[in-house]
Design a binder for this molecule. Sequence first.
Ligand code: ZN
Length: 282
Amino acid sequence: MPELPEVQTIVSDLQSIVGDKITDFKTYWPKALQNISTKKFSSAIKNRKIKSIERFGKYAIINLEKNLAIVIHLRMTGKLLISTQVASGKDQGLKEKHIRHVFYLRAASRKPKTVLFSDVRKFATISLYDKKDLMNLKNKLGIDPLGKDYTPENFSDAIAKKPHKEIKDVLMDQTVIAGIGNIYASEILFEAKISPHRKVKDLSREEIRSIYKFSMKVLKKAVKLRGTSVSDYRDASGSRGKFQHRLSVYKKHGQQCKKCDTIIEKSTIGQRSAFYCPKCQH
Ligand SMILES: [Zn+2]
């Protein structure tokens, strides 16, 4: 569920651990590690300093010394929580709170900290990448809506690669645009007044321009409001976001459109639910 604004909020919160050293790693769900054993992962990241933390699409990337990067995808219910309460050896009972992994850190002040990785559904993933793997990942993904490459021309060119697909499906295709999921695709298309069922090839230049414009507007607003907490999402301190109060169509089916009072509809596009106002969106 976490999309660009939620991952961006978590990554911004995690800036407080940049400069800290990883002292240990513990996992209760080793299957989350994608390309490496727990033992190898632990020994590779131990005693490494966190150089920077960035977001790309829906990925949170923790860059370590020696060009290593811990690449995290939160999938449905993953959460990263910074804790100064849980110090080494005191994680009894964490399993009940769906804590699957614990990163133990030591700040420059020598104060112990932990990053608790909670995940109810257990779909979240952790990978350890070198510089080349990371470049491959970024090349595989589409343009990031908050990146400097996100221009009207690049947006138009990117979606034009999928002419026969419905626009909502294309906005959510991570190889086209990286970071948009079901919530924001629905909201962006409502603001742009475009039906999610429209095929890319049938959109006019003005309509594409409008989707581009509102994609930035909606995502920036959602980042400002620290994401959407409709179900599990929480920021790195465990607090809810506020964008759920601004939603116009996402999961609002059966309710009245706030612009025209028509009942919001729900349909299926690419095996995912689409929410839209049949009167406002054409
Ligand atoms: Zn409407």
